[in-house]
Design a protein around this ligand. Structure first.
Ligand code: E4P
Length: 220
């Protein structure tokens, strides 16, 4: 079970990394835009904060362009940067080629089990089904995770990890893990929600109040 952060905000990454349970980071062109920073500069900084896989996405639409960008990123950025590739026929060919070179990939924008299967066939390291964006259309994104995991269970030798993405709330994370997804990538807000419970806060307040009295009595 791996937990990734889905952001290009280095302050958030530092915060969650300090909890000791961060396994990797995913970025995409929209998250890079939101950060307001230079793509390579921010990805390099992220890779220095978290030593797990850091997804950096190619933006070319053709296989040759994707491979050129992927090779440049691998050359210029730290070792733990992996290549995020859109789930298109051109992306599939790029994934196959990068896999044969031993370069780790994350096939993104996956919305069907068939697409996930094709990415696995190309040897993707990760495949990223987008749950929240399916929910947004009025369908159940979790059914996609269930479909993919059922397919994977028929072929135990598939090494491609299912990276549940577009996660909106803690229940998404829990359900993905109950279905056996290998990895979940989520915003910092969901990490915080996963750890938060009002009864924990209330219980701690009570303990601290009582302990202050113990100390005041000189019995600590
Ligand atoms: C995954 O790698 C994507 O960056 C991400 O999960 C997309 O999520 P969104 O639907 O919240 O944009």
């Amino acid at each position: 079970m791996e937990f990734f952060l889905d952001t290009a905000d280095v302050d958030e990454i530092r915060e969650i990394a300090s909890w000791g349970i961060l396994d990797g980071v995913t970025t995409n062109p929209s998250l890079i835009k939101k950060s307001g920073r230079d793509f390579r500069e921010v990805v390099a900084e992220i890779a220095s904060i978290c030593d797990g896989p850091i997804s950096a996405e190619v933006t070319a639409m053709d296989t040759a362009g994707m491979l050129e960008q992927a090779h440049a990123l691998k050359q210029e950025l730290p070792e733990n940067v992996i290549i995020k590739i859109p789930c298109t026929p051109e992306g599939l060919a790029a994934t196959k080629a990068l896999t044969s070179e031993g370069i780790m990939t994350n096939v993104t924008l996956v919305f069907s089990a068939a697409q996930a299967l094709m990415a696995a066939k190309a040897g993707a390291t990760y495949v990223s089904p987008f749950i929240g964006r399916i929910d947004d259309t009025g369908h159940d994104g979790m059914e996609l995770i269930a479909d993919i995991m059922t397919t994977w269970s028929q072929y135990p030798w598939i090494e491609t990890k299912v990276l549940a993405a577009s996660i909106r709330h803690p229940t998404h994370v829990l359900q993905c893990m109950q279905l056996g997804a290998h990895t979940a990538t989520m915003p910092a807000k969901v990490f915080r929600q996963l750890m938060s419970h009002p009864l924990t806060d209330r219980g701690l307040e009570g303990f601290m109040r009582d302990w202050a009295e113990v100390e005041a009595q000189g019995k600590a």
